[in-house]
Write a protein that binds this ligand. Structure first.
Ligand SMILES: NC(=O)c1ccc[n+]([C@@H]2O[C@H](COP(=O)([O-])OP(=O)(O)OC[C@H]3O[C@@H](n4cnc5c(N)ncnc54)[C@H](OP(=O)(O)O)[C@@H]3O)[C@@H](O)[C@H]2O)c1
Length: 276
């Protein structure tokens, strides 16, 4: 099966292609060849391409900068998605759109695939507009706080926290916020199933535990045996003052993922430790 994809150089995409390249032929469309905001360039590139399924991972992902650069965030996340989706639909190819927990407001106790998005940031709004463009015709797969062992190009939150702790820095971590960290290897193995079971519906591919960033920090210190970790609990209000709004309580669940068991954060961190 040939899978054409955007975002193959990113935090999540580079691990998906690394882990699954013996199962699928990946055809990467890097930004330097195809800027997805340029409709003509997208059309030309896709007309010449032979593929069975399209995986759209590329996005403008800087949540804080998106507030000021909203024009670019919309161009990449909305127009870029429209350009790709229209070109793939001309060729009648299945399309998978990757989305985020940031489409939710963070006020509900839990969010599953049936929950209604209500984004509160520019980034969240652009990703949700992308969802609406493809809804019921493409598969929408939402991720949440992805982490992995190695990715020097873009460090995930767990790597940044671990490295700062090991450097002896004091960390302020929010205690009245909930997130659902997700091991990227589990994302890759879940997608392996979804690639061959396409259906135009929403899936949450998320870790099996949710906790505050403060608790996540304590887990990282415990798993990596960092005895002198300095973690100062802070409030959501204090920590995110002057930043883009984030969903405060983002416990994500899946009622549909019956095909791959997702690790909890502690087990995911142990696996990261083994891979490092
Ligand atoms: N990371 C998270 O915390 C998180 C959480 C939930 C959901 N997600 C979603 O998961 C997906 C992957 O995220 P990620 O963190 O792996 O992304 P990332 O590391 O920030 O990488 C973004 C990718 O998008 C590409 N890109 C950006 N603008 C482009 C353009 N105009 N044309 C073509 N390609 C462009 C980049 O290419 P270059 O490298 O060439 O710039 C890069 O490959 C995204 O859809 C994101 O919304 C991420």
């Amino acid at each position: 099966m040939k899978i054409a994809l955007t975002g193959a150089s990113g935090l999540v995409g580079s691990r998906i292609t690394e882990l699954l390249s013996s199962h699928f032929e990946f055809i990467s469309l890097p930004q330097e060849d195809v800027d997805i905001t340029a409709k003509d360039s997208v059309e030309r590139a896709l007309e010449m391409l032979s593929y069975d399924l399209f995986l759209h991972l590329a996005a403008y992902t800087d949540v804080d900068k998106a507030e000021k650069n909203s024009g670019l965030a919309y161009a990449v996340n909305v127009d870029g998605t429209r350009n790709l989706f229209e070109a793939t639909q001309k060729a009648k190819k299945p399309f998978i759109y990757i989305s985020t927990d940031f489409v939710f407001s963070g006020t509900n106790p839990v969010y599953d695939e049936a929950s209604t998005p209500e984004p509160i940031s520019v980034y969240g709004k652009t990703k949700y507009e992308g969802e609406q463009l493809v809804k019921d015709r493409a598969m929408i797969v939402r991720f949440s706080y992805p982490y992995r062992a190695h990715c020097p190009e873009k460090k995930d939150f767990a790597t940044r926290v671990r490295e700062l702790m090991l450097a002896g820095k004091e960390l302020s971590m929010v205690e009245d916020e909930t997130m659902t960290p997700t091991f990227i290897d589990d994302i890759a193995y879940s997608l392996k199933h979804l690639f061959t079971h396409f259906s135009p519906e929403v899936f949450h591919i998320v870790g099996s535990s949710s906790m505050s960033p403060y608790e996540a920090g304590k887990t990282i210190a415990r798993v990596f045996d960092i005895k002198d970790a300095h973690i100062r609990p802070v409030s959501y209000k204090e920590f995110f003052a002057g930043h883009a709004p984030r969903p405060q309580y983002a416990t994500l669940k899946s009622t549909k993922n019956t095909f791959h068991t997702m690790k909890n954060f502690e087990d995911g961190m142990r696996e990261v430790g083994l891979q490092l």
